[in-house]
Design a protein around this ligand. Structure first.
Ligand SMILES: Cc1cc2nc3c(=O)[nH]c(=O)nc-3n(C[C@H](O)[C@H](O)[C@H](O)COP(=O)(O)OP(=O)(O)OC[C@H]3O[C@@H](n4cnc5c(N)ncnc54)[C@H](O)[C@@H]3O)c2cc1C
Length: 565
């Protein structure tokens, strides 16, 4: 490698300044300029791109697993305390989405998906067209699924065994800090109590009407479930939330801030002065543009650092020997960075004047959980919030809204339709084209329509219909357009209503982009560790599975690093 890979030398004054800046970071005050002037050359053992769920867990786990390393975390957004305070409100997403306010602030990437045209389920000779959707993606420091799904990850090849349910459960438990009161042995088998991701039962307890909703579902033969992250995922019941003291528990708040506390000074044995600071540095408003490759060994695609934009200038950060660049930019941005760096589908790269270093199906396995809402009025003040599941492939939950009533939202947890994304241009600030392909496969449409129909039946059941005077008032798409209030919807009406709108871990022969150790095929020193690597999307909310992936990845990275010592 061409760079001078000696560790950045710091004198004692620098270290004191570092400590001050670190303190500032912990208080959520960032001052990039001040920081930048103390660095002569930016060299780190690990460069993590993105301080979202995966980046925060990974930074904390690596700094604690591997002795004497330093880590740079580059995040395009800012610390979360700077951002919209609604982020920490447990139920704010619905408000944000409906009001479209989230996309108007700096904590979002402002993506809009491509228009969709799919064959009609009712009349296959026709097409149903739906325009692009605002696609919220967090730009800020930042359910689990079923055992079978992780065993499917593992079944891809013998070496993928490290992702079977037992290994994943170990990681889920390691990150979890569950505060359920008096957990029984069965609960303890599936949950952790010492991690930093706080999980709790509904903050407000169970309202009468929630019990009413549960009873209404039970009337239709749906069994009760008191732990959707336990042995089975189907049934009706209340969810646990990643909340601490009434606020959403962000991984930045827990994992990243904990990572920042660890600072070790290592003496340089030759001159006796301080040689290395082992710590995590986080740089906000630092947009990574592309990977820097070792141009002396072109064929090997050796990552040696990243180019990033911060405070109006393009900067470079490099990795030390044995170091790695780790992409944690999320399901849209990690593929985009790879493609901008020459790793991706040949046609899309060449049409954007990007030299192809390695042809891989980057961005071709884009999976998501589309949903739809059904609203019903009830007696005043009956509901605050509640969440439950009926079937692991379809999730139904409700939240309070501007009227007294229930909002039930079926979500397609196991979609058959697969989307993709592609570069719009070779400009790193340009948004990629996102093709969600929601409901492209007719069984997705069939399942979501069936679940909406089931919701209507639940709403008609006592005690909802009797004690709470619940009456359906309409169905609404994901971003707030009222579509209908009819009882007499034809199949065609249902269809029109609903159609509105990645880096796979797998063997290379099966369209994989990263291997079982999350290393990008055809490259060296480069991994992707985030929600983009799911080979199949877990049938639940994806935050905890992403944290689990990052925890598992930290162990794999540490193992590989130690082997090189
Ligand atoms: C609106 C919304 C609501 C959600 N609600 C829930 C929920 O209630 N429960 C749940 O379990 N899951 C939820 N999710 C999903 C959850 O947020 C994701 O599963 C999780 O954040 C994925 O983690 P990640 O690390 O892959 O990506 P992210 O958390 O998105 O992190 C990626 C980070 O990388 C940064 N980044 C990207 N590109 C660059 C670049 N070029 N340079 C520097 N930094 C970059 C981004 O700014 C971001 O901070 C929700 C998602 C959304 C969008």
């Amino acid at each position: 490698m061409s760079q001078d890979m000696s560790i950045v030398e710091k004198n004692q004054e620098d270290l004191m300044n570092d400590a001050k800046i670190r303190e500032c970071w912990i208080k959520n005050v960032c001052d990039n300029d001040k920081y930048a002037k103390f660095k002569t050359k930016e060299i780190y053992d690990f460069i993590i791109v993105g301080a979202g769920t995966a980046g925060c867990v990974l930074a904390r786990e690596l700094i604690n697993c591997i002795p004497n390393i330093n880590i740079l975390v580059l995040e395009a957004g800012g610390p979360d305390a700077h951002s919209n305070s609604l982020i920490s409100l447990p139920c704010a997403f619905f408000k944000l989405a409906f009001l479209k306010t989230f996309q108007m602030n700096d904590n979002d990437w402002g993506y809009v998906t491509q228009e969709q045209r799919i064959p009609s389920l009712v009349d296959p000779t026709k097409e149903v067209v739906k325009e692009g959707l605002p696609y919220v993606r967090g730009k800020v420091w930042g359910g689990r699924g079923q055992a079978k799904e992780y065993n499917d990850w593992a079944a891809q090849d013998p070496e993928y065994n490290i992702w079977d349910w037992d290994h994943c459960l170990e990681a889920f438990k390691a990150v979890e800090n569950n505060s359920r009161k008096n957990p029984d042995e069965k609960f303890k088998k599936f949950h952790g109590f010492d991690g930093l991701l706080h999980v709790q039962d509904s903050y407000n307890g169970i309202y009468d009407v929630m019990s009413g909703l549960i009873d209404a579902a039970k009337n239709l033969g749906i069994p009760y479930n008191d732990d959707f992250n336990g042995e089975r995922q189907n049934g009706v019941g209340t969810y646990q939330f990643t909340i601490k003291d009434g606020r959403r528990c962000s991984l930045a708040e827990s994992y990243l801030k904990d990572a920042l506390k660890k600072v070790e000074l290592h003496q340089d044995s030759k001159c006796g002065s301080f040689g290395k600071v082992a710590a995590v540095d986080v740089r906000s408003f630092a947009h990574v543009l592309n990977i820097i490759w070792d141009e002396e060994n072109k064929e090997e695609n050796i990552a040696i650092g990243v180019k990033y934009f911060c405070n109006g200038t393009v900067r470079e950060a490099f990795i030390a020997p044995k170091g790695e660049v780790i992409l944690c930019g999320g399901a849209i941005n990690s593929p985009q960075i790879l493609m901008l760096s020459g790793i991706g589908p040949k046609e899309n790269l060449e049409s954007n004047n990007i030299k192809v270093r390695k042809e891989l199906p980057v961005g071709r396995n884009l999976l998501d959980h589309p949903g739809c809402c059904i609203f019903a009025k009830s007696t005043p003040n009956a509901i605050k919030h509640w969440k439950g599941i009926v079937d692991p492939s379809i999730e139904i939950y409700n939240k309070n809204s501007k009227f007294d009533g229930i909002l039930i939202m079926p979500i397609l947890n196991i979609p058959s339709s697969v989307g993709y994304l592609e570069l719009n241009s070779n400009n790193p600030f340009d948004k990629p084209k996102i093709h969600l392909n929601y409901f492209e496969k007719s069984d997705d449409l069939y399942r979501i329509i069936s679940s909406l129909k089931l919701c209507r039946e639940i709403l008609k059941q006592p005690p909802l219909s009797t004690t709470y005077n619940v009456k359906e008032i309409g169905i609404n798409d994901e971003f707030g357009q009222w579509c209908t209030n009819g009882d007499d919807m034809s199949d065609e009406d249902w269809e029109k209503l609903i159609i509105k709108k990645a880096l796979k871990m797998a063997p290379e022969s099966k369209d994989g982009v990263v291997n079982h150790r999350l290393q990008v095929y055809g490259t060296k020193n480069l991994r992707a560790v985030d929600a983009s690597i799911f080979p199949f999307i877990p049938s639940g909310n994806t935050n905890a599975p992403t944290a689990m992936v990052a925890w598992r990845a930290s162990r794999l990275i540490a193992e590989d690093y130690m082997k090189l010592c």
